[in-house]
Design a protein around this ligand. Structure first.
Ligand SMILES: Nc1ncnc2c1ncn2[C@@H]1O[C@H](COP(=O)(O)OP(=O)(O)OP(=O)(O)O)[C@@H](O)[C@H]1O
Ligand SMILES: [Mg+2]
Length: 304
């Protein structure tokens, strides 16, 4: 069991909280953004669900390379939306643009109908989009809890004077943040590793930790860039379960992944990029049998 003194804020299912691959079944309201249902039933994730995120005609060029060529996608509230394509197709670039890490040369992105600020990752995060990175970005020398606390910093933010005086409000907020961090670690199955420095965790656990940190901001859209990379089959199965639970608990998911079995079993809809262009979009069956998609993957494979 978890020996950490800071008890999670939400009640936990005894016996499950510390097990690595059986994280807490306690529903966590993953999204704190109003307008997003906390618990989405299967029916509301269907084709009639309202659009949550829209990328409209997004283009991005790096010198002579057209990384994105007028790409448009619409993600509905409550979906798990997949973004696939061969290496260099433009998937991460689209993530970078929609999270404000990079500016589009052309086009725009909207969340719940409101245009997102360009080139302002902090504003995009505050608006409700959080992400993980293809190349894991954690503070390796800090422990797992501290990494999640960094994701919570917006809630613990206090003036320098208040911090120096250690007002009761600051202390209260700090302990609430620690409890929330512990709950998030429990949610992703890492409660028992809260005190371990990030660098000492397995690759799969670091990927889960990145998800916990991203969830700390209470996003309405969680963008995951190859979360299963480097995971073994057991870890990947547990990850699939976690992603489904995140969606069921109120956060829409955008997923880049090369593991086709995972993508096809998890996603409600999928967009396929190839050389910066969207070549297909549809449900898993439609995408799997699409000629252009088969050509993009097989053509590439045959070229090697
Ligand atoms: N900062 C950059 N400077 C120059 N070229 C870049 C930059 N970022 C991406 N590119 C190029 O843009 C194209 C799209 O890259 P991107 O990383 O978005 O692909 P991807 O679909 O995520 O590929 P992978 O599956 O390998 O991660 C590639 O040709 C890549 O070399
Ligand atoms: Mg990429």
């Amino acid at each position: 069991m978890n020996s950490t003194p800071t008890a999670p804020a939400a009640p936990l299912t005894p016996g499950l909280s510390a097990a690595k691959d059986t994280p807490s079944r306690t529903p966590l309201r993953t999204s704190t953004h109003t307008g997003t249902p906390a618990n989405i039933d299967a029916a509301s994730a269907g084709p009639t669900a309202p659009p949550l995120f829209e990328a409209i005609d997004v283009s991005r060029r790096f010198g002579g390379v057209i990384a994105l060529d007028a790409v448009s996608i619409t993600i509905r509230s409550g979906e798990i939306y997949g973004l696939i394509g061969p290496n260099g197709a433009g998937k991460t670039t689209l993530f970078d643009v929609l999270t404000g890490v990079q500016r589009a040369d052309h086009g725009s992105c909207r969340l719940a109908g409101r245009e997102l600020p360009r080139g302002r990752p902090d504003h995009v995060l505050a608006a409700g989009i959080a992400r993980t990175f293809q190349n894991i970005r954690l503070f390796g020398e800090l422990d797992a809890r501290e990494n999640v606390l960094i994701g919570l910093h917006r809630q613990t933010h206090a003036s320098m004077l208040a911090q120096l005086l250690r007002t009761r409000a600051v202390t209260r907020r700090e302990s609430a943040a620690r409890a929330r961090a512990q709950t998030l670690l429990d949610y992703v199955g890492l409660a028992h590793l809260a005190d371990r420095v990030a660098n000492s965790l397995s690759y799969g656990d670091r990927r889960r930790l990145e998800i916990a940190r991203a969830l700390a901001s209470g996003p309405c859209l969680l963008a995951l860039d190859e979360p299963a990379a480097g995971m073994n089959a057991t870890e990947t199965r547990a990850l699939a379960e976690l992603i489904r639970r995140i969606r069921d608990d109120g956060t829409t998911v955008l997923l880049i992944e090369h593991d086709m079995r995972l993508v096809m079993s998890l996603c409600d809809r999928i967009a396929v990029l190839d050389s910066g262009r969207k070549i297909a979009e549809g449900n898993p069956d439609e995408v799997r049998t699409n000629e252009a998609v088969i050509e993009a993957y097989l053509g590439r494979r045959h070229a090697h």
